[in-house]
Design a protein around this ligand. Structure first.
Ligand SMILES: NC(=O)c1ccc[n+]([C@@H]2O[C@H](COP(=O)([O-])OP(=O)(O)OC[C@H]3O[C@@H](n4cnc5c(N)ncnc54)[C@H](OP(=O)(O)O)[C@@H]3O)[C@@H](O)[C@H]2O)c1
Length: 334
């Protein structure tokens, strides 16, 4: 018996900002699971900035997507057939074969999650990869200490909303964020408890940041790169730490200008470190325990934006790159 479902393929490698023509939706027939395999009906899938990088044919920490082959990414779904002793029909599993309605894969490449404790989407966001990125990047890479001033760029996104909230809960003195609209800026301050935020599209970034950080910045968690990184370096305090998490302002702009003030690293003895969440899985247990506690106590707000239907997965991906999401962008498939 086969199962038929829709799946997105990469039809062309984007140059600059991706377009809908770079993707193709096809129907595939999946065989029944073989020994050790399970068949999953995906319920939610993630669209992430890092997927843009995998569309380029360049060596990186994960192999590039192949042309005319399915895209991949985080997803949570329900097991509908199982030939594995470890995973039962009806279980919810987290796995890496998103961008499709049905996933056939080895059970050992999945993790059973409890969707009665938190909704499936939480395992792609607040309790999943973006959450751990925020936690490890802020506490282990940037080594934030209580009473410090923290600036996070891309603050209204999946990672950024959590960085700011974790900083506040761990005793930061001042938490400042940047985002791309007045509505997002309001949300950061009014709903998430940031001390202040600014719209980076609204006048000089350097001037706005200077006004909001009269005592400088101790920790900069950078999701954006480019002009915001340059502006933050001007405001960093002596021995400040910069965690380079992402550079989304540059992903669709291969000709982006470089950072012109790196000599400030010397005079201010700044530590700047790039990191990948992949290297921080050993912190997952501590992170989930602390984050689950905050969620139970209502001390962390979960921001999610939903787009419905596999047919709209590319719209969700392009929308996320354009900033149409508040918090984690999730595609709901059922
Ligand atoms: N190092 C790691 O292991 C790791 C893991 C996960 C994510 N990341 C990185 O972390 C960053 C955030 O990821 P995420 O999943 O949380 O995505 P996200 O912030 O939820 O979504 C992307 C956001 O980027 C902003 N953006 C788009 N173009 C921009 C530009 N030119 N300048 C400034 N902002 C722009 C948009 O918000 P606005 O409306 O504010 O523009 C958009 O909502 C990305 O750079 C990603 O690559 C790194």
């Amino acid at each position: 018996m086969t199962t038929s479902g829709k799946v997105w393929q990469l039809a062309a490698r984007p140059t600059g900002f991706p377009t809908p023509e770079d993707f193709r939706l096809v129907t595939e027939e999946l065989p029944a699971p073989g020994p050790g395999q399970i068949l999953v009906r995906n319920e939610v899938m993630s669209v992430d900035p890092a997927m843009r990088g995998r569309m380029n044919d360049v060596p990186s920490y994960v192999p590039p997507f192949q042309l005319d082959a399915p895209l991949e990414g985080g997803a949570v779904g329900t097991v509908v057939a199982s030939e594995s002793p470890d995973v039962a029909v009806g279980d919810s599993v987290l796995h890496g074969l998103g961008w499709r309605e049905y996933a056939l894969l080895d059970a050992r490449h999945t993790r059973v999650v409890d969707t009665t404790v938190a909704p499936a989407s939480a395992y792609l966001g607040v309790l999943g990869m973006p959450g751990l990125t925020a936690y490890a990047g802020l506490l282990d890479v940037a080594k934030m200490r209580p009473d410090e001033t923290v600036f996070v760029s891309g603050a209204a996104g999946a990672v950024g909303t959590l960085v700011g909230q974790i900083a506040r809960l761990r005793g930061a003195r001042l938490v400042i964020g940047s985002a791309g609209s007045a509505e997002k800026v309001r949300y950061l301050v009014d709903d998430l408890g940031f001390d202040a935020a600014f719209n980076y599209k609204d006048g000089s970034i350097r001037t706005q940041l200077k006004q909001l950080t009269p005592d400088g910045i101790d920790v900069f968690f950078d999701n954006v790169g480019g002009e915001q990184l340059e502006a933050a370096l001007f405001r960093m305090n002596l021995h400040g730490r910069v965690a380079i998490c992402g550079a989304i302002s540059q992903y669709n702009n291969p000709d982006a200008a470089g950072i012109r003030n790196l000599t400030l690293l010397i005079s201010k003895r700044i530590t700047m470190q790039g990191f990948l969440v992949l290297d921080h899985w050993d912190r997952r247990e501590a992170f989930v325990e602390e984050m689950a506690g905050w969620l139970r106590e209502g001390r962390v707000q979960v921001a999610e934006t939903f787009v419905d239907g596999i047919d709209h997965a590319v719209d969700a991906f392009l929308g996320m790159l354009r900033g149409e999401n508040l918090g984690k962008m999730i595609v709901r498939l059922t």
